[in-house]
Write a protein that binds this ligand. Structure first.
Ligand code: PCA
Length: 215
């Protein structure tokens, strides 16, 4: 049986917190209009709702079995494209989600580990973005709202997949927070996300360079 072409899943989010748009899904859609790689690209808009976002994500992962899956969300207070390095097993909502749910100190997954690493080579991507003059940073927190929950599920799913195919590698999963559109416009965000996917699909290992912070 011929192998399926690799599939890339890229998700953005619908607007939330009273806003009329969300640059994460706008950038994802713009990127999709210019997709010219041979891999199949699947894009989806997730609801800003803890329960439904996970349901839809799991359905997408089941249906498409992507080799690269990246979630994108808005981080209203950030000035750079943030490459999330990990997701934590915590749901603590400062504001209700779009379904009115406001969990306080609940786990994303009962009995799951406290945190899970994302496997996207964040340092390699941050340096590719910097080379393209797109302001980027590594981030050690995706927050505790719906984005972190989606990131935690992506990492949990990747850990559960049996490596298959010729390379026998697990899917590469990541989460990217983008700043508001008045900080970095949607075309620049879309270009940055395309670079994220290009680096992920190149399959190169993470860069062994120091990039940690002291506080
Ligand atoms: N940002 C929120 C949820 C949806 C989005 O775009 C977050 O950072 O959790």
């Amino acid at each position: 049986m011929p192998e399926r072409p690799p599939t890339v899943l890229l998700t953005g989010f619908e607007p939330f917190d009273g806003a009329s748009s969300n640059p994460s899904i706008d950038a994802v859609r713009l990127l999709a209009t210019a997709w010219d790689r041979e891999e199949e690209l699947v894009v989806a808009e997730l609801p800003v709702a803890y329960g439904r976002a996970v349901d839809q994500l799991e359905e997408l992962l089941r249906a498409h079995r992507p080799t690269v899956a990246v979630g994108v969300g808005l981080a209203g207070g950030r000035r750079r494209v943030s490459l999330e390095r990990l997701a934590v097993n915590l749901r603590d909502a400062r504001i209700p989600d779009n379904d009115g749910a406001q969990p306080v100190d609940e786990p994303v997954l009962a009995n799951g580990p406290a945190a899970r690493w994302m496997s996207l080579p964040a340092k390699r991507i941050a340096s590719a973005l910097a080379e393209a003059s797109i302001p980027a940073e590594l981030s050690m927190t995706a927050g505790t709202y719906v984005c972190n929950t989606v990131a935690y599920h992506l990492a949990t799913w990747a850990a559960s997949v049996q490596p298959a195919g010729t390379d026998r590698v697990r899917p590469c999963t990541g989460f990217v927070h983008v700043p508001p559109a008045d900080v970095l416009g949607v075309p620049a965000l879309a270009g940055g996300l395309r670079l994220v996917l290009d680096v992920a699909l190149a399959g190169e290992p993470e860069l062994a360079i120091p990039a940690g912070s002291t506080s």
